[in-house]
Write a protein that binds this ligand. Structure first.
Ligand SMILES: Nc1ncnc2c1ncn2[C@@H]1O[C@H](COP(=O)(O)OP(=O)(O)OP(=O)(O)O)[C@@H](O)[C@H]1O
Ligand SMILES: [Mg+2]
Length: 311
């Protein structure tokens, strides 16, 4: 078990994270929060690369700082941005990292080849990485994090740049990996974790806002999400009154998906089952930006023939 106890992290005088208490057992954990919320900060601390300003992180009951190398032997880590020599091939890069981790040559070669196959890079394992796309590089990163068959796998935005097919492949890999180790990944893409994470951790204002099964997180908005058609003339007032989750301009008005906290509902409001995306949008709604956006791009009534615009 990996536990985070009363951890805070400051950068200068700025408090990035405060009073974080979390515990992780085998399974997949999705750390979901917007840009700048502190995901990377938390993951770097969990990887033992950044010391907490306060509090302690422990693995199997011992402080990871004290375990030091013993912990690192159990750890696989994919940084949000990782460095490599552009003229290296993925195979050479993996073998180099395996050597640093103290693996023997033969084992390193075998395991590197297997892992590159697993992320669908088997055919290009001897090509220079400077010729790779962003998504291919990302897959090299995922493979290297698995070199030492880690008990704790920490992935900082592993799906950035992956196409839908590779995302799907990655999700099924995650499910397998999570059966016998702790897998913690950060993302701001809800669909990356909605179906595969055993638990979702939401960070807000530097604190843990929620840590729960995806369905229990969705239950936060149970009975509060609706859809309805709003005529153009009433749309502005409607946007002021209700947090909007999605809206689509159609010929006869706006199809709005929104949250109503109150008791009062109207007959033409259709109750909807909340999804994780709804919760994300609601928890992290940003009133100031919405106002700025409305001033920059005032929404004109949509004419016939312009329907189907999704905003
Ligand atoms: N090295 C640093 N020095 C100063 N401030 C930092 C440093 N790293 C992060 N921060 C600040 O800490 C906060 C959290 O940053 P962090 O990178 O952990 O967020 P994040 O959730 O990973 O964001 P993103 O989704 O953009 O990757 C931000 O306000 C950021 O400006
Ligand atoms: Mg980050």
């Amino acid at each position: 078990m990996l536990t985070v106890h009363a951890v805070s992290r400051r950068y200068g005088n700025d408090l990035a994270l405060e009073g974080i208490d979390l515990s992780f057992e085998n399974g997949v954990y999705g750390l979901l929060a917007p840009n700048g919320a502190g995901k990377t900060t938390l993951l770097k601390m969990l990887a033992g690369l950044l010391p907490p300003s306060e509090g302690e992180i422990s693995y199997e009951g011992k402080s990871i700082a004290a375990l030091d190398e013993k912990y690192r032997m159990q750890l696989g880590y994919l940084p949000q941005r990782f460095g490599y020599y552009p003229s290296d091939t993925p195979l050479k890069y993996m073998q180099y990292l395996a050597a640093i981790k103290g693996m023997g040559r033969k084992e390193a070669l075998e395991r590197s080849e297997l892992l590159l196959e697993a992320v669908a890079l088997g055919e290009v394992k001897r090509k220079k990485m400077k010729t790779f796309s962003g998504g291919m590089i990302q897959r090299v990163g995922i493979a290297q994090a698995l070199l030492n068959d880690p008990r704790v796998l920490i992935l900082d935005e592993p799906t950035g740049g992956l196409d839908p097919k590779e995302r799907a492949r990655f999700r099924s890999l995650l499910t397998k990996l999570g059966r016998e180790r702790i897998v913690i990944l950060s993302t701001h893409v809800v669909s990356d974790v909605e179906s595969v994470a055993n638990e979702i951790v939401l960070l807000k204002n530097g604190r843990v806002f929620a840590k729960d099964k995806p369905e229990d997180i969705c239950a936060m908005l149970a009975g509060k999400v609706y859809e309805t058609k709003v005529p153009d003339t009433e749309a502005e007032a409607f946007r002021k009154n209700y947090p909007i989750l999605a809206e689509r301009g159609e010929a006869d008005g706006w199809q709005m998906r929104f949250v109503s906290e109150g008791e009062k509902t109207l007959p033409h409001w259709e109750p909807m089952k909340p999804g994780l995306e709804d919760v994300f949008l609601y928890v992290y709604r940003d009133r100031e930006r919405q106002t700025a956006e409305q001033r920059l791009f005032p929404r004109e009534p949509v004419g016939v023939g312009e329907g189907g615009r999704l905003r």
